[in-house]
Design a protein around this ligand. Structure first.
Ligand SMILES: [Zn+2]
Length: 348
């Protein structure tokens, strides 16, 4: 049974298939707060960890954990699940809020100081990871906008690549430091972020369910697999952000007022190629100065990749855009999208 502790994370040991609620809503109701679940495997000398629901509006990973637990199957190694932002997910209307109103984004809290509730939770998760010394950690998310799946890692070594290939053929390598769990370097285990596509994309939940089964059942996670041959690598994407205090809208024509109106179709650029001179939207009176794209050492690149003509925001060269979102809150508080120039794409 669930044990409620003073710890920020409660513990559920070896739930049987019948104990787990029939729907993910019932499952969340059972949890009620952040939960660490232990599932004994065939080989107790090794373990693997899946963290998910760091963002309350990204349910694919929760579907996958729920499906695994309801299957009653035995994993190859011991398995731990950490379901994090249970309360944000339950906050009405359900699976709508990335975090609780007024609170910090949990996946920006995995670095000191660990002071507020999110920081304490993040620190506790890292402490638990180090304590169980897993072979590998997956952190499962959905993208804010609609689009295909991809993985995000800080290093494209063989272990991260093998984990990626359980789910997807698109691999983003980044050294941006945002405080995400995958940036953690204090343990000798690879952490791979899986973005299953948008939560309303038809295949996102199934991709998570199938990938988690492969992760749980594979005997050796890191043996060579033909799937890794087809990986496309996106190295060190730039984050395109709006400067603080900007306003954004989405429409199929220019709108008076906001600093930027993004085309209502802009999500279709997710992982498709945006050729040079693609129109992404329209600027307000401030023009391109409302946008910024700085690299990790602080150099500004926005005018290298974009230009303005007749108030239109145009690409200067062929670009791959991803994490394009039509959620204005995410666009303003996190970023508009990431980009990699097409001539810098790599095949693994
Ligand atoms: Zn997320």
């Amino acid at each position: 049974m669930l044990s409620k502790e003073s710890d920020p994370i409660q513990y559920w040991e070896a739930p049987s298939a019948g104990e787990v609620g029939a729907t993910i809503e019932e499952f969340l109701e059972q949890l009620g707060s952040p939960t660490w679940i232990y599932v004994p495997g065939r080989d107790h000398s090794r373990c693997r960890v899946i963290t998910t629901l760091l963002h309350g509006n990204e349910p694919s990973g929760l579907h996958a954990v729920h499906a695994w637990l309801r299957s009653g199957d035995t994993p190859q190694t011991d398995l731990y699940f950490c379901i994090a932002s249970v309360k944000a997910a339950q906050h009405p209307p359900g699976f709508h809020h990335r975090m609780l109103p007024g609170r910090r984004d949990l996946n920006r809290c995995f670095r000191p100081p660990y002071k507020d509730a999110e920081g304490v939770l993040a620190a506790n998760m890292l402490h638990r990871l180090c304590a169980v010394r897993p072979e590998a950690v997956l952190d499962i998310h959905n993208t804010s906008g609609s689009g295909p799946s991809f993985a995000v890692v800080t290093s494209n070594d063989a272990r991260h690549v093998a984990l990626t290939s359980l789910f997807t053929q698109h691999l983003v390598i980044t050294d941006l430091k945002l405080g995400a769990i995958m940036e953690f370097e204090g343990g000798d285990f690879p952490i791979t972020t899986i973005e299953c596509g948008g939560c309303h994309d038809p295949h996102a939940h199934q991709l998570a369910i199938d990938g988690v089964r492969r992760f749980a059942l594979k005997k050796d996670l890191f043996d060579n697999d033909s799937m890794t041959a087809n990986l496309v690598l996106y190295k060190h994407p730039l984050r395109v952000e709006m400067i603080e205090g900007s306003e954004i809208a989405y429409a199929d024509h220019a709108i008076d007022g906001p600093d930027l109106t993004l085309h209502s179709d802009v999500e279709h650029f997710n992982f498709g190629e945006a050729p040079a001179q693609s129109v992404l939207g329209w600027f307000g009176p401030r023009g391109i100065s409302c946008l910024t794209a700085r690299d990790p050492i602080g150099c500004e690149h926005i005018e290298h990749y974009f230009e303005v003509r007749d108030n239109q925001l145009l690409t200067r060269q062929p670009l791959r855009l991803f994490m394009v979102t039509k959620n204005p809150d995410i666009a303003l508080s996190d970023c508009l999208f990431y980009l990699v120039p097409v001539n810098e794409l790599h095949r693994h």
